[in-house]
Design a protein around this ligand. Structure first.
Ligand code: 5GP
Ligand code: MN
Length: 339
């Protein structure tokens, strides 16, 4: 972020403003953590703040401080629309294109509010007056921490803000193990613990609150795992029928794609999840090293993300989506075997 932008933002935020914070559709730990961390910070600065999420988020994030004040656009559309059109400032967090806010896209693009993007995805669109985009960052949460530091307000980071920011860094780095985790990420996390983030409790809240059915669903997913050693690739499928059988709840499939990547010698893993209601197959792609799933998703699956973690969608059937994936693997064979 430019020096002048920081000076402008300090001035902008020095008087009370009506602020809306929006993360991406199907919000994850980083989306909710960064939204809530920023929310608590802006409230401390005496602003009127609302978080509006496009749709619901997983139960394992529903312990976070302030989470019960989050508005859901799909269920509370009218109030959300009036807050968006009345807002002085809209922060968009953890996404790089307004289309990633799903149904909120029109309301956001029509709003006259000053938009501020904080995000770490590749190829950000140019819709915000102020864009803080850095693809080298582990998470949007780490950027919210930096944003607070840039405003010279480190002393405002209390236990609530620290817990929210810690959560998103933890989930987006796979508990500090993905290559996006830097020594600076660890310094930030150490500071957040000093400021009151209860790290062991947060890990427990997010990772150790599985239902029995969720573990059964994981068992089903693992039994569907297919491996292509010649392409160093693996994928998992979950049909709507299988999801229903195990009483699928939002968030139950989170992280399952990583089991494919945990296989020795595998550098590309995918999961294909059928969503009959939306009429799509939701795709998650993960990779190791330099193989870019962001590029693969942009080229073939209508999505994007980061080099090693990307999402996308397909409007083909589950079977045809899998066939498409298998059919494109040979064209990536060289890149996959060079890893
Ligand atoms: P996931 O597979 O967990 O849904 O997403 C992996 C990463 O890719 C996340 O950072 C997520 O925000 C991003 N992502 C997921 N779906 C899409 C998409 O359709 N478009 C873009 N640009 N990014 C996505
Ligand atoms: Mn993120």
């Amino acid at each position: 972020m430019k020096k002048q932008d920081i000076t402008d933002l300090k001035l902008l935020l020095s008087t009370e403003k009506k602020i809306v914070i929006v993360p991406h559709k199907n919000p994850d730990g980083d989306a909710i953590g960064s939204s809530l961390g920023l929310y608590h910070f802006l409230i401390k600065n005496k602003h009127q703040v609302n978080i509006i999420v496009p749709n619901d988020y997983p139960h394992f994030l529903k312990w976070m401080p302030g989470e019960n004040s989050i508005l859901k656009y799909d269920a509370q559309t009218e109030i959300s629309q009036s807050l968006i059109s009345d807002a002085d400032i809209i922060f968009t967090l953890d996404f790089n294109a307004l289309s990633r806010s799903g149904q909120m896209e029109t309301a956001l693009s029509e709003s006259k509010a000053i938009k501020i993007m904080i995000d770490h995805h590749q190829a950000p669109d140019d819709y915000a007056k102020y864009t803080y985009s850095d693809v080298s960052m582990s998470s949007t949460c780490e950027m919210v921490y930096n944003f607070i530091i840039m405003l010279n307000q480190e002393s405002y980071i209390d236990a609530n803000i620290a817990s929210c920011i810690y959560t998103g860094i933890m989930t987006d780095t796979g508990s500090f193990r993905f290559s996006c985790t830097t020594s600076q990420t660890h310094r930030v996390v150490a500071d957040l613990i000093d400021k009151g983030a209860q790290n062991a409790q947060i890990h427990n809240n997010v990772y150790d609150t599985n239902s029995f059915e969720r573990l059964q669903l994981l068992g089903c997913a693992l039994s569907n795992l297919k491996v292509f050693p010649e392409h160093r690739a693996a994928f998992i499928t979950l049909s709507q029928e299988e999801l229903n059988k195990f009483n699928y709840k939002k968030g139950d499939t989170e992280g399952i794609v990583n089991y494919g990547l945990s296989l020795n010698n595998i550098v590309l893993a995918a999961i294909f999840i059928e969503d009959k209601q939306e009429g799509i197959i939701k795709i998650s792609l993960r990779s190791k090293g330099h193989f870019s799933v962001n590029e693969m998703s942009r080229a073939h699956f209508n999505g994007g993300g980061h080099i090693n973690a990307a999402g996308g969608r397909s409007e083909l059937t589950l079977k045809d989506t899998v066939e498409k994936f298998i059919s494109i693997l040979p064209s990536y064979n060289k890149a996959l075997n060079n890893e």
